[in-house]
Design a binder for this molecule. Sequence first.
Ligand code: TXE
Length: 491
Amino acid sequence: MALRSGGAGLNPILNYIDGQFVASQSGRTLATINPATGEIIAQVARSNGDDVEAATQAALKASKAWSATTLEQRVKWLHSIADALEAKSEAIAHLESLDTGKPISLARRVDANRSVSNFRFFATMGGDDEVPTFSANGAVNHVHRKPVGCVGLITPWNLPLYLLTWKVAPALLMGNTIVAKPSELTPLTAHLLAETLDELGLPKGVFNLVNGYGPEVGQAIVEHPSIGGISFTGGTSTGKIVAATAAPMFKKLSLELGGKNATILLDDAPLETIMDDIVRASFTNSGQVCLCGSRVLVHEGIYDEFIHSFTAKVSALNVGDPMDEATQMGSVISMDHRKKVEAYINLGLEEGGDILTGGTSSHAPVANMPEEGAFLRPTVFANLSTSSRTATEEIFGPVVTVHSFATDEEAIAMANATDYGLAGSVWTADIERGHAFAKNIESGIVWVNTWLNRDLRTPFGGVKQSGVGREGGTWSMDFFSELTNICIRQP
Ligand code: TXE
């Protein structure tokens, strides 16, 4: 699929500001790379504060009319967008796989599908939105939703369109106008979204897209005094910068950051039926999902059996060309990121770990893939201390550490012994026991006998260094709106 005003090739992928596809004002560009081949896919507008200013002015100009539309009209827009993205599902999957190196099958099943359902879900939510009234003291209180105004949406490279649409859908539904910035590593599907909104005739200025580097564009969005709310997904270290910038400006802020999640197998975990789930929780998208379980804690009574089965299944994963339908794991996002992940693999060895399968690209090369491709085989470490850096710092790649425990209390302590608190999963034959166990885990979401099972009505977000705030269902609608309570004394 040729991208309008850009495309697979060296045509620039442009910004979308005030209903126009435009280059950056400086004329500068940056390259987006196919991580599986090392080839340049396209040049991308490299923007700065001037472009953010233009996008913000466009959003402000569009804000009055857009916020005056009815909820029913905005629900219709979300359904139209969902329909249009659904018709482009295969193009979305192709572009996402091209930009990220993830398998085309994963991009279709997760990224394309969820991008559509994000719009469909919030359209349904909008239709059902019941803002409460409260009566007391001879008065009736009406809770009235208003848009924040112009919001800034900043997204990462691991699930580009999935995470962008997760923010765009509720932001539009609540009557906001948008300045969005995708990761500089993965601009393709954000551009497709802009094309789609343009084709649908969304009023100009309602959605604006500014491409470029974080410090040059993201920072300018967070700093802009006319952007009233920031929804950010990305690394914890960047999240700290965003928070420090936004806090003194009293902006609404939602931060979905990193994780170092625990997958916990209790002594009665049914190994005969869950092993494929444990591999999926460990290595989906090459471990580049903030919800992946990167520490696997296994009761000592089933440890040996688990290790044997897990190592065999991980070793058998089909790592290769992302565009091959049979591929189960593609490349990581970039050569730089592969180097970061390999540094952790070397650190794991220095910290006394034993590699059961995998290793660096030189020790465990991926067969038949170009050396310019950022490929890594999945790596499993055993015998590392749970307090080692490899087992406590976020690696965000295809590396897991496995640890044994003797008691549930020990497992809880191990699971909570990181600075992060995003997600976790507990595996047991007794779901009552799993439910009780899950309440002890310091994280925003805990799955019992499942993983990445998502009901979009539920609150999503982390604690500790995994973030601040929740998005999802009414939590998204509350984030993307300001509430005014109107109290009327009854006659
Ligand atoms: O995140 P970044 P990246 C974690 C994971 C990964 C690390 C870096 O550990 O290795 O974050 O990934 C923009 N002001 N996760 O590089 O750098 C940036 O341009 C405003 C977990 O994607 O935080 C990009 O658009 N914005 C995460 C976005 O922030 C700034 C998923 C995220 O970039 C900025 C991805 C600044 N000063 C990575 N600097 C999850 N929880 O899902 C950069 N950006």
